[in-house]
Structure formats: structure tokens, C-alpha cells
Design a protein around this ligand. Structure first.
Ligand SMILES: Nc1ncnc2c1ncn2[C@@H]1O[C@H](COP(=O)(O)OP(=O)(O)OP(=O)(O)O)[C@@H](O)[C@H]1O
Length: 234
């Protein structure tokens, strides 16, 4: 397991980066920062998207967590708001999915509709040159639109647990090709009482699943308990 932690701060959503120089990081043994996107083994068209998006160098959490994730390891990454976690999700998801298949290969669960939609947007922006198809599957939006989008075929679903669970149970969201599950703000989700829905979704996912937990608080280590036995040490 790779745990990446920094000093906690405020939780408001940001549109500017936290100054990495002021952060303190702890990582599992053997996790070395990779200082450029070029050195991360990212596919060329995706690199173009990253640079086109205006990212010149990876943020501190991206330097430490992107490589283990794209190597297929289960990762717990903990960092405060504005450190580049959402962009890291977008980048790693775009790297991992095979866009020649139209099956859902990555599923991101978020505690709020806003966050799920923001993640979808970031994936579409960074993955522009790889023609990634992502869909935000969130409560409050038309179920008919979800069904149409999912039946058309998407690579990535970013959603809230209730609507995602509903789509899985209707068999509109097919889970057999999902290889990566991301729980964004997992501390928030578990404290908000989404736990049963998350486990409900989890039951439908293939056994060979890579899991990425993103968290603001350290309690995720305790809250997810049994799932930790699945973790490899990075
Ligand atoms: N490597 C990078 N280089 C430059 N800007 C970046 C980089 N990574 C992320 N950003 C920008 O920094 C801001 C915060 O990034 P992001 O939303 O990914 O962080 P976050 O940790 O998820 O924070 P929040 O929870 O506030 O959304 C965004 O405007 C994003 O475009």
C-alpha cells in the first residue's frame, strides 16, 4: 500500500494549486517522486493533453502517486484540497483505460454530485487527444440520459454511489470490464453513510480490481478495514 500524506488544511474546492514547497510528505518505503510527466511512462497523446491543459510539471502528490497507480498497485493517497488529486485521477484513468474498447473500465465514486461532475470534466479535458468517453452518473440528472449514454458506451463513469448502484442494478452500467475503482474523498463518503452503497457497488465489481483511495483524513486507514487485506505494499 502506498500512503501519501500531507499536513491537513482547509477543505474548500480550489482552482489554484497549493504551493508544493510548503507541503510535508510521507510515503511508503520505496515510493520515489518522479519529477516530470515525461518520465512517468504516460502515453504520448495523453502527454499532449496534459501539456495542452497547461500542466508543466507534476504536483507533489502526482510525483509520488501516479507511477504506482499506473503500474497497477492499490494506493491510498491522502492530501489536502488543491494539491492536484482530481487531476491525478483524470491522468491515471486516462492512462489505464483502453479507448479501443467501449466498455466501462474505470469507476470513480465521489460523495457529492459537484465533485463527480468536476472529475468527469477534468477527465474529458486531459483526455481530449485520446478521445476518452466519460460520463457523470449522478443523482438529480435524468435517468434516461444516463441510460442513453451508458448504452452508447463509455470508458469511465464518475458518479455518486446511489445513482451508480441504481445503474448497476438495472444492468445499464456493466461492470465486467472495470479494472480500477477510485473512491474519492473516501473519508467523507464513509462518514456520510455511503458505506452500505459502496459495498453494494463493490459486490458487483470483478475480483481482480485495482483500488485507489483518495482521502483528506487519515481515518480512511481504519474505516475501510477489511479491504486493506487486498493491498500490496509499494
Ligand atoms: N500538475 C499541475 N500543474 C499545474 N496545475 C495543476 C496541476 N495539477 C492540478 N493543477 C490545477 O490545480 C488546481 C487544483 O487541482 P485539483 O482540482 O486536481 O486538486 P484537488 O486536490 O482535487 O483539489 P480540490 O479538492 O480543491 O479540487 C486545478 O485548477 C488544477 O487544474
Amino acid at each position: 500500500m502506498a500512503g501519501t500524506s500531507v499536513v491537513p488544511a482547509n477543505r474548500g474546492r480550489r482552482n489554484t494549486m497549493v504551493d508544493d514547497e510548503k507541503l510535508v510528505f510521507e510515503t511508503s518505503k520505496g515510493v520515489e517522486p518522479i519529477m516530470t510527466f515525461d518520465q512517468m511512462g504516460i502515453k504520448d497523446d495523453l502527454l499532449r493533453g496534459i501539456y495542452q491543459h497547461g500542466f508543466e510539471k507534476p504536483s507533489a502528490i502526482q510525483q509520488r502517486a501516479v507511477r504506482p497507480i499506473i503500474e497497477g498497485r492499490d494506493v491510498i493517497a491522502q492530501a489536502q484540497s488543491g494539491t492536484g488529486k482530481t487531476s491525478m485521477i483524470a491522468l491515471t484513468v486516462c492512462q489505464i483505460v483502453d479507448t479501443s474498447s467501449r466498455e466501462v473500465q474505470a469507476l470513480i465514486l465521489s460523495p457529492t454530485r459537484e465533485l463527480a461532475a468536476q472529475t468527469e470534466k477534468q477527465i474529458l479535458a486531459i483526455g481530449d487527444f485520446i478521445s476518452i468517453q466519460a460520463h457523470a452518473c449522478i443523482g438529480g440528472k435524468s435517468v434516461g440520459e444516463d441510460i442513453r449514454k451508458l448504452e452508447n458506451g463509455v470508458h469511465v463513469v464518475s458518479g455518486t454511489p446511489g445513482r451508480v448502484c441504481d445503474m448497476i442494478k438495472r444492468r445499464t452500467l456493466r461492470t465486467r470490464a472495470i479494472k480500477l475503482l477510485i473512491l474519492d474523498e473516501s473519508d467523507e463518503m464513509l462518514s456520510r453513510g455511503f458505506k452500505d452503497q459502496i459495498y453494494d457497488v463493490y459486490r458487483y465489481l470483478p475480483p481482480e480490481l485495482q483500488v485507489l483511495y483518495l482521502s483528506f483524513l487519515f481515518i480512511v486507514y481504519y474505516a475501510v478495514g477489511p479491504t486493506l487485506t487486498r493491498y500490496a505494499t509499494v
